[in-house]
Design a protein around this ligand. Sequence first.
Ligand code: NAD
Ligand code: UGA
Length: 313
Amino acid sequence: MKSLVTGVAGFIGSHLAEKLLALDHEVVGIDSFLDNYPRPFKEKNLSNVLHHRKFSFLHQDLLGLDLQPLLDDISYVFHLAAQPGVRSSWGEEFARYSENNIRATQMLLEAGKGSKLRKFVYASSSSVYGDTDDLPMREEGGTRPVSPYGVTKLAAEHLAYLYWKAFGVPAVSLRFFTVYGPRQRPDMFFHIFMRALHRGEEVPLFDDGEQTRDFTFCSDIVDGILKAAFYPGAGEVFNLGGGSETSLLQAIALVEKISGRKANLKRCDRQSGDVRHTRARLEEARSKLGYSPQIGLEEGLAREWEWITTVAY
Ligand code: NAD
Ligand code: UGA
């Protein structure tokens, strides 16, 4: 079985590639080493798979590739490549978001027309929901993103659905909820926070710290992605969350307990693009995919802390 993983040098893509190889898939991975964060992190992410006999790496930009021949003998596409991050998606930066998130997805879907793909899994985001009182967030509920990034992820979801409806590309979209764990992107909160704690530095805390997230451990996301790939349906959308709702201050207290250190918080204003609360309704993913998150927040944070203090720096 041959799979294509786009964004393979990223946080989630690299974990997925490792799991696919462990399941004896042949894996083609593509990544452009986009400069959303330093390339050495991405090279380190790839280090466990790069020399695996069933892995081949294409250092390429999806936007500049003839994608159709690439899909010739591929059974599963896992499309994770994107310019991520909600707060940095305003202004001039939006061009990067629209190209890498919308245009690249449309090109890959176009290439999937008439292919023998068994599944095209698209990595969507909880950011498509925006701010809502209708919690937990339901797949069939309203979508009104509050960041330009969320708009691009929602647009690409619509494209995935369209290419399924019009051309039978077997696409499914998965809305990931704030993913964390070893290799988390250096622009994400737990990474910033743990690095600062490790170095005895100040941590910027946006808003009042009472904002909540349904934090999801990376191995649970990988499990959900695989379950969606092997599920017979298509044209659908599923939430993948961690199964709880935790405020930033609660999470900070957990990390203080794990590390035995005291955070030095610098209060900052709420940032444009940030959602106040996220919580995933998981019934659809549980009943149709058999998804069931396994890693509780304290255990997951302990694993990320270990990574930050022993591997990342
Ligand atoms: P990441 O930045 O670590 O990984 C994305 C990778 O895609 C990067 O290595 C980048 O170089 C690559 N890439 C971007 N544009 C490309 C292009 N045009 N061609 C080839 N490669 C390209 O991000 P991540 O956190 O691992 O996120 C993976 C996916 O999951 C993204 O689609 C993101 O929107 C989605 N997502 C992530 C989270 C989260 O909490 N991390 C939550 C919701 C959704
Ligand atoms: C994360 C990812 O970054 C997005 O790519 C993804 O699409 C989104 O999850 C999702 O679930 O869809 P976010 O929830 O903003 O976005 O995750 P973090 O960047 O880790 O931020 C979490 C919280 O920490 C936010 O409330 C943010 O304001 C806060 N934060 C972040 C700080 O207080 N200080 C910082 O320095 C950074």
